[in-house]
Design a protein around this ligand. Sequence first.
Ligand code: BES
Ligand code: MN
Ligand code: ZN
Length: 509
Amino acid sequence: MSSKSIIDRRRGPKIDVVTGLTKDDDVLVVGLIAPGTDDDRPDARPTLLLSDDLLDDAAADALDEALAALDASGKKGQTVTLPAPAGLPVRLVVAVGLGSVAESQDAENIREAAGNALRGLDGAGTVVSTLSVADLTAAAQGSYLGAYRFDEYRSTPPAKAAPAAVSLVVPQKTKQVKAELEQAVIIADAVALARDFVNTPPNDLYPGEFADRARAVGSAAGLTVEILDEKALEKGGYGGILGVGQGSSRPPRLVRLTYAPSSARSKVALVGKGVTFDTGGISIKPAAGMDHMTSDMGGAAAVIAATVAAARLHLDVAVTATVPMAENMPSDTAQRPGDVLRQYGGTTVEVLNTDAEGRLILADAIVRACEDAPDYLIDTATLTGAQMVALGTRTPGVLGTDEFRDRVARISQEVGERGWPMPMPSELRSDLDSRVADLANVTNHRWGGMLSATLFLREFVADGVGWAHVDVAGPAFNAGGPWGYTQKGGTGVPVRTLIAVLSDIAAAG
Ligand code: BES
Ligand code: MN
Ligand code: ZN
């Protein structure tokens, strides 16, 4: 993919709102709500999620009966596909279980149900979905992301493509409804953009190319773009980014993207780890699973996409993304365990393990970001395997200054990205003391690896800045099977958290 196609590529279906079915529709996705467990009617049937008058009584009854014959229960996660009963203008019906009435009101449940439906509909024409009757934003985002595919590297396109159009049923096509849909799709497209970056293989996405593509998407969104190349990094004293990048023939970059609306009252700095491939360097990683390290720029992808979205949503907040990009390779020019580097701003660091490289490039970027005197700073990174040991593959760790950390974690849970607050135990700090330099980049033990990595970063965050660090080592990349609206590969986490925090700051300060 070139810089041009990362802008022009359609990353999801065209999504529209409708009030009824038409003859051109191919598949009806309909929500199914399970009868309550406390229901005193033992033969109670699940309820179809429909808008008034979407189906006439005869068609609704026929569908109800067909679903009963197939034992469709409305259980959460259940998907039942059937040929449309007579009287419906579509070819297929997909009934997606939403669980109980209460569960059917949970946005993330709707998003996952929409995703499950769209993941299974390759080859279908226009899809109409009633999930929007429960939650328009969630139905739009789940459908868009469920239909996301990354086929750029297949020599022949798949015989059956994901649906190109999704119609979401709403009671009325008001201005408000259309505005809600537009915002939902901008956010989903930002998630898909981050997925595109992560899914692009590391031979094609190296620091120089990543910077060029960031420039392309940033300029297209009206952002101010600044790129420091290796010479500018040298001149500026960015020792962390240079140290990590020096083992690769493909030199590092620092990208800065700024969105600064004149009406903004608050300023937010975003920082994202952009290691385009992490071999570990001289402290080389084992071969098994090393391909996962193609996702080591997931934090960078997320902050670039979130900044683009802030502009497209016209959020009332100033945002600057500071994005360090480097490839961590072993070679005769690579940094050695035992080297001492000088971070941007002057702090010296003894590099005891070249595989703890993320914190080195982030430290430079954080110091640079703080020079702009932001009110808040959020950094996000695929920083530690310890994140996955602590929280599993789907739950980001959120650390930082207490109040802002809790705000970011709460918002992350609200948008369905599940970020969970974690502490920074102060007794771990002295384990980062170095024999020769101001700091060492690792502790000499493996306990609390996500927490000590954050304590390292804390040394570089300016006083008074509300700070959150989001570790997405596992959540940025789905190495398992597809689920909900998440395919294999790049997930786009934590883009929705970042955008929602920016919106929250725009609204509340
Ligand atoms: N990029 C890795 C962290 C990672 C591991 C991300 C697995 C996604 C999946 C990071 O640079 C790293 O290598 N961290 C080391 C730190 C250690 C040397 C202190 C780790 O977690 O093992
Ligand atoms: Mn590493
Ligand atoms: Zn890494």
